[in-house]
Write a protein that binds this ligand. Sequence first.
Ligand code: F6P
Length: 323
Amino acid sequence: MKKVAIMTSGGDAPGMNACLRAAVRGAVYHGVEIYGIYRGYDGMIEGDIVKMDSHSVSNIIQKGGTILKSARSEEFKTKEGRKKAYEQLKILGIEGLITIGGDGTFTGAKIFFDEFGIPTVGAPGTIDNDLYGTDYTIGFDTAVNTALGAIDKIRDTADSHNRLFFIEVMGRDSGYIAIRSGIGGGAELVMVPETSTSIKEVISTLQEGWARHKTSSIVVVAEGDEEGNAMEIAEKVKKEISQKDVKVSILGHIQRGGSPSAQDRILASRLGLGAIEGLIKGEKNVMAGIINDKLVYTSFEDSITKNKPLNQELIHMVKVLSV
Ligand code: F6P
């Protein structure tokens, strides 16, 4: 393999730049030409592609976001869009692809591979940590730490004013950020899409705490919880417990930004290098991941369809530790 291209796609995640740097430097090390595609699949369709070298990725390991920019492409979901993208790669003689992103990115990569057969290796970049085939995804650790910092600050106010706070963290379909930041932040309750917690249970857990003379409470809610978002849940709870001062805080996109943690930089570097070296060795249609500290490759199919269950021990732990 002599010429490859790399892109970042979907929601950005801290550590994407570190991953890009490792893949580009890996390509240079192995004598492979590498091109950067701007704006994910949109840039591929439009031929927004530049040649990269080891200097193109200097001084980016510590930067959040992605220097290649990112997008969620609607056009790539169409056959015509993918055909245009393939034509652009053909013009440059690209023989392999590295895609850094989440489930939407790999769904696109799989279809593209099935249609045009360009060998592709993915690196899991999403704060949600919801991909099968890797213990952790790039950006997750930083996002948890960002959420945790915010929860600590909110706790000060909750405590000073004897308030009940519902704090919403990201995770459309996954409770990974919620459970980790909830445990780290000493939450009374964590509500995640993977486990159902009824409003009745929320109220009884909180009331039990107040009966034990707790004065303030923190409930961390994953945005995808089945009872609704934090605002909706707070409204339902407020109806039943009018005596308590209830506040809602939505952490939102601050969780997606910022300088990646040490953990994320190292994970991203391993996965970026794993992606390029895998591609060179003939891996295709797979995502690079780290399981039990070992580099592994999992088919795109499995990475997007298989469930990575939330550790139930952690759910149990929240209950026990909030006693
Ligand atoms: O997939 C990552 C993620 O941050 C989700 O947790 C969140 O629901 C979504 O992206 C938000 O996407 P956007 O920035 O496009 O609104």
